[in-house]
Design a protein around this ligand. Structure first.
Ligand SMILES: CC(C)(COP(=O)(O)OP(=O)(O)OC[C@H]1O[C@@H](n2cnc3c(N)ncnc32)[C@H](O)[C@@H]1OP(=O)(O)O)[C@@H](O)C(=O)NCCC(=O)NCCS
Length: 188
């Protein structure tokens, strides 16, 4: 675990093994932050474990003084064949053409998950996590998807300069409209 200290909590880069060991804790934080039903954690577990194995996977954790997880962000290098990549590519090609798809998708880091425990939100942890996660990733862009609507996450992404890549987009099998947001790296 590589430690980084800031404000009143500690940040640490988690290895794959450390992430796996903290998986139940990470999933319960996710369920609390997203206000999802508890069963969601079990459904997500296999997918999160698969993500760890992807090229360029990295994870930053925010930990309190008792070493409990108060925030988490992870992502990996996007590439052809990944479900999310192909879904976003389909939308971009349809709406903006091959060139736009190529420009965004040729070399990007997918910010897959970012969550802060509800009682610890609004103190800069989300911004710290995001900045640390994408620091020196080496890809040209960072992309993410988020449900349409107003939320604290939206304000964070806008504050950090994320632009619209696709709006009101429907991923296969999900009735909710999503926005795909992105920006060039590095963050200032
Ligand atoms: C989105 C999320 C990760 C952001 O984390 P966060 O820790 O709340 O984010 P920040 O603290 O960096 O920013 C939130 C607010 O705190 C404010 N803030 C930052 N540092 C602060 C400080 N030291 N003191 C007071 N306020 C502060 C920010 O200005 C920001 O205000 P705003 O929301 O009015 O713009 C978190 O809110 C979350 O987990 N939400 C639910 C899950 C979710 O939506 N995840 C993303 C799915 S796509």
């Amino acid at each position: 675990m590589t430690a980084m200290s800031s404000r009143h909590r500690r940040y640490a880069r988690l290895s794959g093994d450390e992430f796996r060991a903290r998986l139940p804790e990470a999933l319960s934080l996710y369920v609390a932050a997203m206000n999802y039903p508890p069963g969601t954690a079990e459904q997500r577990a296999p997918m999160w474990l698969t993500h760890v194995l992807r090229d360029g996977w990295r994870c930053v954790a925010a930990l309190d003084s008792d070493d409990a997880l108060v925030g988490l962000a992870y992502g990996y290098r996007g590439s052809q064949g990944q479900w999310w990549h192909e879904q976003v590519r389909r939308g971009l090609v349809e709406r903006a053409g091959e060139q736009a798809a190529e420009r965004w998708l040729a070399d990007y880091f997918e910010l897959t998950e970012i969550h802060v425990r509800p009682d610890r939100q609004g103190r800069g942890t989300g911004e710290d996590l995001l900045r640390r996660l994408v620091e020196d990733v080496g890809q040209r862009h960072v992309l993410l998807s988020t449900p349409e609507g107003t939320s604290r996450a939206w304000k964070l992404y806008r504050r950090l300069g994320f632009l619209d890549v696709l709006r009101d987009y429907h991923f296969a099998g999900d009735p909710r409209p999503f926005a795909i947001l992105g920006r060039t790296l590095p963050l200032e």
